[in-house]
Design a protein around this ligand. Structure first.
Ligand code: SF4
Length: 327
């Protein structure tokens, strides 16, 4: 059987050539199991040729809920009637305990995440975040610390760099042109992009991605993939919407595994050399198809749980990945 012409054309990525936006949109129109498997196979070849080595990271939700912002998908917005556990900033010792637990299981990248809009100036709480970063780095040799603290002023970014934060997570979430319509109205995409640029200025690498399945079109996904390419971020993280009861998106359907895998392949083909990581939604949406997802061009996962939902145990992910072998 002949390969779909749009997928055949995309083989040029293996020769180091770039996909155009129109070619990427064309790819998303491929349908059916044969096209999906051809697309995934190509994305996996591109990941093997250009992508980084496989890694896994873990996170701590260091401050949960009570957020002033109105991100439609988020369980932590104080504007939605969700049933999550909320708590103030944890102590540096609690953060260290969580980091040590995953360190002892072989994880060497730890993300420190707080709910909320961010910081306009380094107050006492921000200094406690910096204390936690120092404590983790000084106690666990070889551990890298990432942070996800929202929109930050230049003064705060400079402090993160001084305290050896390796990577910063700031998601653009969706097609930037539709941010206010699909995501939030209490802050702008431009403020987020400015934080990403500040990280670059201070030598902190960026982990920037978004969430799929919140009512965006395939063209929006293509636009997000190209926006990330243009921002030249180091890592791209993909999440799938888990419709949260009490949030404005509670009635949306969970995405089909085939569409999640197709999206992961699309992001790899548009961003061949970047780290493409799968985060929240892996277990809920993929269920028995996690192997398919791992073959769709990903080189990284979050293991051991997410911000407000449980994930897989690190030992289960380890066993799963070693059974996949040299995929
Ligand atoms: S995504 Fe962040 S800023 Fe938006 S509501 Fe959730 S915690 Fe607040």
């Amino acid at each position: 059987m002949k390969i779909n012409p749009s997928i055949e054309k995309a083989y040029k990525v293996l020769d180091g050539k770039e996909l155009s936006r129109d070619e990427a949109v064309e790819l998303t129109r491929s349908v059916g199991a044969d096209d999906l498997l051809d697309l995934i196979s190509l994305a996996n070849k591109v990941r093997k040729k250009f992508g980084p080595a496989f890694t896994a990271c873990s996170i701590i939700n260091a401050r949960s809920g009570r957020c002033s912002q109105d991100c439609k998908f988020c369980a932590q917005s104080g504007r939605h009637l969700t049933q999550i556990e909320t708590y103030p900033l944890v102590s540096p010792e609690t953060a260290l305990e969580a980091a040590k637990k995953v360190y002892d299981q072989g994880v060497r990248t730890f993300g420190y995440v707080t709910s909320g809009r961010g910081w306009t100036a380094p107050d006492d709480e921000f200094h406690r975040v910096l204390d936690a970063v120092d404590l983790i780095l000084d106690s666990l040799p070889g551990m890298k610390v990432c942070a996800s603290l929202g929109i930050l002023s230049e003064e705060c970014v400079a402090l993160l760099a001084k305290h050896r934060v390796w990577r910063y997570n700031m998601n653009i979430q969706t097609n930037p042109a539709r941010y206010s319509e699909l995501i939030a109205t209490t802050h702008t995409i431009e403020e987020k992009i400015e934080t990403i640029r500040l990280m670059k200025k201070y030598g902190i690498t960026n982990c920037t991605g978004g969430i799929i399945g919140l009512g965006e079109t395939w063209e929006d996904r293509v636009d997000m993939a190209f926006a990330l390419k243009e921002l030249d971020v180091d890592g791209i993280n993909l999440n799938v919407l888990l419709p949260i009861k009490g949030s404005p998106l509670e009635d949306l359907p969970i995405m089909r595994p085939a569409d999640v895998a197709k999206t992961a392949a699309l992001f790899r083909l548009v961003n061949p050399t970047k780290s493409v990581k799968f985060c929240a939604g892996r277990e809920t949406t993929m269920k028995d198809f996690q192997g398919l997802l791992m073959l769709s061009g990903l080189d990284s996962v979050i293991t051991g749980g997410y911000l407000t939902t449980r994930g897989r145990e690190i030992s289960d992910d380890d066993a799963f990945l070693s059974r996949l072998g040299d995929f």
